[in-house]
Design a protein around this ligand. Structure first.
Ligand code: AMP
Ligand code: GLY
Length: 444
């Protein structure tokens, strides 16, 4: 009997996971709930947050593995509910997913485990936070405690901006902002590092650089991510080993000591500072658009990999990667991340073997592909080098018909210009100091 896999989510990350799962030599039946216009033949019309309906469906269909793509169902206990019903699931439990769902919780665990991160304080009321802001150093970073879909982090340049951010975090974000974290501003190279974790074992999947701001040159509001490339040239074996030994392994030990062991993919948001890697955040799932670049480069059978993780057999894994760099350019709806138009007609051309288009916010109506979300399409390409992968991804963007699409034209440039582009303008350390040290690390 063919295996059945259910991917839960509706974005381009889930399209990428489903696409890779379908290439498994086991030839599984892959379903996506709810999916999108990129996977019409795999879509199951069930919301990714309707926990009981997803469990009922998985049991009724005899699903062999549920792969949870996004954080919301994890934060609602989908993995716990599936396990209780006897359905194997890839992803952390509700208790373990607190690492992403509460930034204050993540900071407490990091403090307990001695994991390097920005200095921080937690506040339960705005007045106390504002008193603290009077005497803190700027810029500083103000974060709503809970899930806020990328909208809960504010970088304040001075006291006034800090107070505004505190008010926004507490009032505008509702439940997500019932506590806030104020932390030290870190400078360096930002990178997303992924590991598969089970039973205290961690298997690295590699690093990806995201571009979180809406506009070129890292300007404008934060988004879920406007594009990625992998691997980043500054990500060395030495940095990976340092991150495993100073961050990932101590974290897994601390979670196990607390009685909430971590299983699934761990997404470590890192700033590579002049003093070494420091954690910005933990996420308990693959990144979007990081997964698109990773799946393009993965040569191993994703089904076997995720099953090994879900069943606690990571020791057996030997992963194979395409050494070719991958670039992913997100094409967003005009207006994203603010209010954006929907229902824009789209056309995706036939693809070359080194190209792929993953769908995020798309739907099919009367046979016509239409936009239905903020981040609409991920145009991806592999190349023999980063420069070529970038050129190929942008050539693909040019061939996609998407009137008024909003996208950045500098995705991957950071990787070609290591040492100049990643240090934020107005840097207080001065641009050359951390850059020179980082380059020395990367070259050693
Ligand atoms: P987070 O959701 O915590 O990763 O924050 C969103 C983005 O804000 C990160 O991807 C960083 O670009 C930026 N950020 C968060 N924390 C810091 C920090 N302590 N220093 C500098 N930038 C930060
Ligand atoms: N691209 C960042 C995230 O998935 O959170």
């Amino acid at each position: 009997m063919r295996k059945k896999v259910l991917v839960v989510g509706k974005g381009a990350r889930e399209h990428a996971l489903a696409w890779k799962l379908q290439q498994s030599p086991a030839r599984p039946t892959v379903l996506v709930a709810p999916g999108n216009g990129g996977v019409p033949e795999m879509s199951v019309s069930l919301s990714h947050t309707h926990i009981s309906a997803l469990v009922d469906f998985a049991v009724a269909e005899g699903i062999n593995l549920v792969v949870v793509g996004s954080e919301e169902p994890l934060s609602m206990g989908l993995v716990d509910a599936l396990q209780a019903a006897g359905v194997p699931a890839f992803g952390p439990t509700l208790a373990a997913s607190q690492l992403e769902c509460s930034k204050a919780f993540a900071k407490e665990v990091m403090a307990e485990a001695g994991i390097p991160t920005a200095q921080w304080r937690v506040f339960g009321d705005g007045e106390a936070a504002k008193v603290f802001l009077k005497n803190t150093a700027y810029p500083c970073v103000i974060k709503a405690d809970g899930l806020a879909a990328g909208k809960g982090v504010f970088i304040a340049r001075d006291y006034e901006e800090g107070c505004q951010a505190v008010d926004t975090a507490f009032w505008a974000l509702g439940e997500a902002g019932r506590r806030i974290v104020i932390e030290e501003y870190l400078e360096g190279y930002e990178v997303s590092f992924f590991c598969l974790c089970a039973g205290g074992t961690a298997v690295p999947l590699g690093a990806v650089q995201d571009h979180k701001r809406a506009y070129n040159g890292d300007q404008g509001p934060n988004t879920g991510g406007m594009g990625t490339y992998s691997p980043p040239p500054f990500w060395t074996k030495e940095l990976e080993e340092e991150t495993l030994s100073r961050v990932v392994r101590p974290l897994l030990e601390a979670m196990a000591r607390r009685g909430t062991p971590y299983t699934g993919v761990l997404f470590v948001g890192l700033m590579i500072t002049a003093a070494g890697p420091k954690v910005l955040e933990f996420n308990v799932r693959f990144g979007d658009p990081e997964a698109q670049a990773l799946m393009l480069r993965l040569r191993s059978d994703l089904l076997a990999v995720l099953e090994a993780c879900a069943h606690g057999r990571l020791e057996e894994l030997a992963l194979e990667w395409d050494p070719s760099p991958a670039v992913c350019v997100v094409m967003a709806a005009p207006g994203y991340p603010g209010e954006y138009a929907q229902g824009i007609p789209l056309a995706v051309p036939p693809l070359k073997d080194y190209e792929m288009v993953f769908h995020g916010g798309t739907t099919i109506k009367d046979g016509q592909l239409l936009s239905s979300g903020g981040r609409v399409l991920s145009a991806c390409a592999l190349g023999p080098d980063l420069r070529t992968a970038r050129e190929r991804a942008y050539a693909l963007v040019e061939r996609i018909s998407f009137p008024q699409a909003h996208y950045r034209t500098d995705i991957g440039l950071k990787g070609l210009e290591v040492g100049t582009l990643c240090i934020p303008s107005g840097s207080m350390l001065g641009e050359q100091i951390p850059t020179a040290r980082l380059l020395a690390r990367a070259e050693s």
